[in-house]
Design a protein around this ligand. Structure first.
Ligand code: PHE
Length: 511
């Protein structure tokens, strides 16, 4: 039966037959201009049919380092120094002078000098007071060391095992003078077996390569005559146009995972919110500009919201009017319950975290409470490339005893680090409901800039006391726009792109 081999394997077999001896795999690969791996896979095919094989041989090679190569070109320092003397017909010279004339580095000069003595070319004497050397022979023929060095003229590498015992001593001298590199290498020798040598090329059939086996090939049995082409799994596949998460949703899921991994629980709250939770509970006075119609969407239907328990509403009222029991003097105006009952589209998710905060005392909960909220908020804002009237916020609070600003900074650093921002800085900021307050900025590698991300702080006693949270229990709070992160994350410059949904961009996303 004929042997079926791939085209390339047949070619390699032919070459091995011509060479009639073992060949070094690397050399052959180079000669054929093919990849070493391709060659070895062909050799494997030969092995499979018992036509060929390979042997590994460890070889110890030595080569010259850069300094050694320099001496191969210009002579060892002792030779260079000798040449200087001969050329200038100098028979004796003070060492000081010699060094100056040699223009060699001091160390190398002395190495050369000591080898000149070893070679018995010179003698040294202090008889005249200064340190002088004298040429003492006329025989300056090539030394054994130089002979060895010169072996490198035609060969970059020399086989360590090819040296005689005497040569090896000189190899050791070169080694001590730090002029050579010893390296170990494994060489693969490829050869043909007796069967391979005897096999007539006419007995070999070329194995055709196909990328698919068809049902026809299976039925008529011809599949056995084909070799299956290997797939290149590093090539990009076709773009999948299957359903996937919207980039903003994918980001939300990622942020959610981060908070969950940090021990937080997710909360949600109503979009239609009372002014009470959106503003009053946050110690925002009723004449605060953020409450104006041009900033906030007020609703006509439903026009009023239900307020929480009477005593909490009263506590908030008193805090606004005179500070209540929060050690503050309040804003000093008459608080109006009807204004607090107005319904608004939540302008920030802080309305939702304050709702959660209100539960803590009511439910007699234990510290710590760690919650986060990723949700939609609304502001009566003109839409442009960096503003939307309807957007998302990422917000959280930690209720715990003795927590401080350091804990808050640590927490935010950890969150942003997990988001891929390695550096954050905080600056003093202002919010009516936190004291101290901080603005948080992250370092954005791509632009090499600090970008402001959001606000944070420790809720004021005027916020926590009306809901029964008192020292040493404190509430760390922070919030920021989600779209800001999304724009950085996906490299979009126009915030509207996130919701206009450019189809080409969406298709390119991995999720
Ligand atoms: N609510 C603030 C905003 O909308 C962010 C913030 C939340 C600031 C919590 C401090 C504490 O920008």
């Amino acid at each position: 039966m004929a042997i079926k081999l791939k085209k390339q394997v047949i070619e390699i077999l032919k070459i091995l037959k011509e060479k009639k001896e073992k060949v070094i795999a690397e050399d052959l690969a180079q000669e054929l201009n093919i990849d070493y791996i391709v060659l070895m896979s062909a050799v494997n095919d030969l092995i499979e049919y018992n036509l060929g094989g390979f042997k590994e041989k460890e070889i110890n090679k030595i080569s010259l380092n850069v300094e050694g190569q320099g001496y191969l070109r210009n002579g060892l320092p002792e030779r260079q120094l000798l040449q200087l003397l001969l050329k200038n017909e100098i028979k004796e010279i003070s060492i000081e002078d010699f060094l100056k004339r040699s223009k060699l580095n001091k160390n190398i000069f002395y190495i050369g000098l000591s080898n000149m003595k070893k070679n018995r070319w010179i003698a040294q004497s202090k008889a005249t007071g200064d340190n002088r050397i004298y040429l003492i022979t006329e025989d300056y023929s090539e030394t054994k060391l130089e002979k060895l060095l010169n072996l490198f003229k035609g060969n970059k590498f020399l086989d360590y095992y090819s040296f005689s015992k005497e040569d090896l001593e000189h190899v050791e001298i070169l080694n001590k003078r730090k002029l050579i590199i010893k390296s170990k290498k494994i060489e693969r020798l490829i050869f043909l077996t007796e069967k391979g040598k005897k096999l007539q090329l006419s007995k070999i059939q070329e194995l055709k390569q196909v990328s698919k086996i068809t049902s026809k090939m299976l039925i008529n049995g011809s599949w056995d005559n084909f070799d299956l082409k290997a797939f290149d799994i590093t090539k990009p596949g076709p773009l999948l146009k299957a359903g996937k998460f919207h980039p903003v949703i994918a980001l939300i899921n990622e942020i959610r995972e981060i908070f969950l991994s940090m021990g937080f629980t997710e909360i949600r709250g109503p979009i239609v919110e009372s002014a009470f939770f959106n503003f009053d509970a946050l110690f925002q006075p009723q004449d605060h500009p953020a409450r104006e119609m041009q900033d906030t969407f007020y609703l006509n239907n439903p026009k009023v919201a239900r307020l929480p328990e009477k005593d909490r509403v009263l506590a908030v009222k008193e805090t606004h009017e005179n500070g209540g029991d929060s050690n503050s003097i309040g804003w000093g105006y008459e608080w109006d319950e009807d204004i607090a009952k107005r319904t608004v589209l939540r302008t920030h998710t802080t309305a939702t975290t304050i709702r959660r905060l209100a539960q803590f005392y009511k439910n007699n909960e234990n510290v710590p409470v760690k919650v986060f909220c990723i949700d939609r908020v609304f502001r009566n804002e003109k839409v442009d490339k960096s503003h939307l009237a309807e957007f998302m916020q990422v917000e959280g609070i930690v209720i715990d005893d003795h927590v401080n600003l350091g804990d808050l900074i640590g927490l935010l650093s950890e969150f942003y680090r997990k988001m891929g921002f390695k550096k954050i800085i905080t600056r003093p900021g202002f919010f009516p409901y936190t004291e101290p307050s901080m603005e948080v900025s992250v370092y954005y590698d791509k632009l090499g800039e600090w970008l402001e991300m959001g606000g944070s702080g420790i809720f004021r006693p005027e916020v926590t006391y009306p809901f029964g949270i008192k020292e040493p229990t404190r509430v760390l709070a922070w919030g920021q726009g989600l779209e800001r992160i999304a724009m950085l994350y996906y490299g979009r410059e126009d915030i509207r792109d996130l919701y206009i949904n450019p189809i080409k961009w969406l298709r390119q996303q991995a999720y």
